[in-house]
Design a protein around this ligand. Structure first.
Ligand SMILES: [Zn+2]
Ligand SMILES: [Zn+2]
Length: 630
């Protein structure tokens, strides 16, 4: 066993008062003012030797008081920066400055931050104040703050575990991947990555198309999983419930380890999980986990930025890259055994540029195996170009409005809905659509608020709009709707656009609107996202004139007289051609491709085409199958 902390202390005699881990990061505290201010080059030298990140902080003895620090910050930072909040994290000797114009807090080449650091001894970080206030983001931050002491120990323990067997030259390694869900289906994504030293779960979601029964959940009862405490880490690709919904349940069942994800994913996954609990209570069924378990997930979350290389176990190192699918979604590059095998878990990706996000990344340092989604994997799933679909969309919406009808857009609250908001906002702003009210119902308002808190995760175009105080999400055409009375007004009112969750007409406000609007042929429903087999959305999409709502919505038979339209070109997933290109343009080219997250015929079709095009080994695992990667 290498005692890496002791090695560092020995390199810095009499300068370190404490050295701890924050997960894979190493943090050292110093009581020496000079070293804190000017120790950078010495730290760099050690980082070069041990190849691990080290953060230098001032020991609490050096910190000037919070009051004094706040005064200093307000004196140094120009008023135009519009500071909204100054938050002290004394455990980490750091101070967070929330401002409307973060660039002005940073100063030229970080000069102002450096000033703050040197005069207060606190380590300053800057955050942009969100344009829309997000209750959940604030709640999460307060949970983390209230559990600071617990987290300090938790993160230090993870670090100890990672470095205990720290032995970068280990060669005798095998790698297995078990499909606990998402094999030949869309839903219940859950994979177990297994090496001699590590067990890591990649996602743990439900099958949202199935209301009840064991097929709703991944196969967590297999011997490979055994006791949940034997799982070392969970990696969450993005917040959609088919990937995230069961993670709080794992905490309820005794898992106490970390869950790695991006910050937007943490916030949105928590919001969706709390909604999951709320819906269960409304239906008077007992939820499979409680709000307390969602809190536990937050307490154990470790958030990474794109491109940040991070050890999560002694032999597994991950890096997140933009997946282009929804805000914060990640393609996870997994480096196993210090480069002995490189595996890429793409989860859900979009290789097309959308308004909201840049295309998925497919350039990596090294790749041997990838697992790729197949939602739109068959030859019939070639999606039309986005601009073409957008033009058609605007045309149809305009026609409906002019004929006095209403447009219902059932949307996934995450990703899809925000893309639609951007499209509609631009069409109204540029006069392509008349100035009609756009009603937003269901959870998508809260999720949109989280988007405004993390502009760095959005496409450069939207980011710039937000930075220039031109935030499209807060445009005047949007009205938030939530109560039954407000809904009634919308239904009884004039022509409008209604954007409501859920996307498949399975629960949520969209079903309520559908019930009320279906019998008027002037109205239209436009489907833009994936409709699971048997879901109400799928039945309507397939042209059934009589459909039955779920029990919770009265179980009535609805006659569908409204127009029904599907627009696949607006998907948050790659279409067939994009999936093929994602692989053919991947650098380096993978040697083996595993296909999942698609109906069976689509996975098989994509596998055979990828094989023919690239002459690489392809494989379509069934649920419960294990593939040896190395
Ligand atoms: Zn997704
Ligand atoms: Zn998915």
């Amino acid at each position: 066993m290498t005692d890496i902390l002791k090695d560092i202390k020995d390199e810095l005699p009499n300068l370190v008062s404490d050295a701890i881990f924050e997960a894979a990061n190493i943090v050292i505290y110093t009581t020496n003012k000079d070293f804190f201010k000017n120790g950078e080059s010495k730290i760099k030298e050690i980082v070069g030797k041990i190849k691990k990140r080290i953060e230098l902080r001032a020991d609490s003895k050096l910190l000037i008081s919070a009051d004094e620090t706040e005064k200093t910050i307000r004196a140094i930072v120009p008023e135009d920066a519009e500071i909204d909040n100054i938050i002290f994290d004394s455990q980490r000797s750091s101070v967070i400055i929330e401002a409307k114009k973060p660039g002005l807090v940073i100063g030229k080449q970080g000069s102002i931050l450096k000033d703050i650091k040197n005069s207060t001894m606190w380590l300053p970080t800057v955050r942009r104040s969100p344009a829309i206030h997000s209750k959940i983001t604030e709640k999460i931050r307060s949970v983390l703050y209230a559990n600071n002491t617990y987290r300090k120990k938790f993160l230090n323990d993870i670090g100890k575990k990672i470095y205990k067997e720290w032995n970068p030259d280990k060669k005798d390694i095998w790698v297995r991947l078990t499909y606990l869900g998402s094999g030949r289906q869309v839903g219940r994504s859950c994979l177990l990555l297994h090496t001699p030293n590590s067990r890591v779960l990649l996602d743990c979601g439900i099958n949202p198309g199935i209301a009840e029964g064991k097929d709703r959940f991944p196969h967590l009862d297999v011997s490979e999983i055994g006791d949940l405490s034997s799982i070392d880490a969970i990696v969450l690709s993005h917040a959609h419930t088919d990937h995230s919904a069961l993670i709080p349940y794992l905490y309820k069942m005794g898992y106490k380890g970390p869950v790695y994800m991006t910050e937007p994913t943490r916030d949105i996954a928590s919001l969706l999980a709390l909604d999951f609990v709320g819906v269960a209570f409304k239906q008077a069924t007992s939820p499979i986990f409680r709000a307390e378990d969602v809190k536990d997930m937050v307490k154990h979350s470790i958030c990474l930025n794109y491109g940040e290389v991070f050890d999560i176990t002694p032999d597994i190192r991950i890096t997140f890259y933009n997946a282009g699918h929804v805000i914060g979604s990640a393609v996870t590059h997994v480096n196993i055994g210090n480069g002995l095998h490189n595996f890429v878990y793409t989860a859900d990706t979009n290789y097309r540029k959308t308004r909201l996000l840049d295309p998925a990344v497919n350039i990596f340092p090294r790749v041997e195996t990838i697992t790729l989604e197949s939602t739109y994997g068959s030859k019939d799933d070639v999606l039309p170009p986005r601009h073409e679909t957008e033009e058609k969309f605007v045309e149809i919406v305009k026609e409906t409005i002019q004929n006095g009808g209403k447009v219902l857009l059932p949307e996934l609250g995450l990703g899809h809905a925000q893309e639609t908001l951007l499209r509609v906002e631009e069409a109204i702003r540029t006069g392509k659509l008349p100035e009609v009210p756009v009603y937003l119902d269901g959870m998508l308002w809260d999720i949109t608020a989280i988007h405004t808190a993390y502009p760095d995760f959005l496409s450069s175009a939207v980011r710039n709009q937000i930075f220039q105080d031109n935030n499209p999400f807060t445009a005047g055409c949007f009205t938030k709707v939530g109560s039954p009375t407000e809904r009634k007004e919308v239904i009884e009112g004039g022509p409008c656009i209604i954007i409501a969750t859920s996307g498949m007409l399975v629960g949520g406000a969209s079903v309520e609107y559908f019930k009320q609007l279906a019998d008027n042929p002037k109205n239209i429903i436009i489907f833009g996202c994936y409709q699971a087999p048997n879901s109400l959305g799928r039945q309507v999409q397939e042209g059934n004139t009589h459909v039955k709502t779920d029990k919770e919505f009265g179980g009535d038979t609805i006659e569908v007289k409204m127009k029904v339209k599907t627009m696949n070109g607006l998907s948050a997933h790659s279409g067939r051609n994009d999936l093929m290109q994602y692989v053919s343009r991947m650098n380096p080219r993978p040697k083996k491709i595993l296909l999942n997250h698609g109906e069976q015929s689509k996975c098989l079709d994509l596998a055979s085409s990828l094989y023919k095009q690239n002459r690489v080994e392809t494989f379509v695992p069934k649920n419960l199958e294990t593939v040896r990667l190395k």
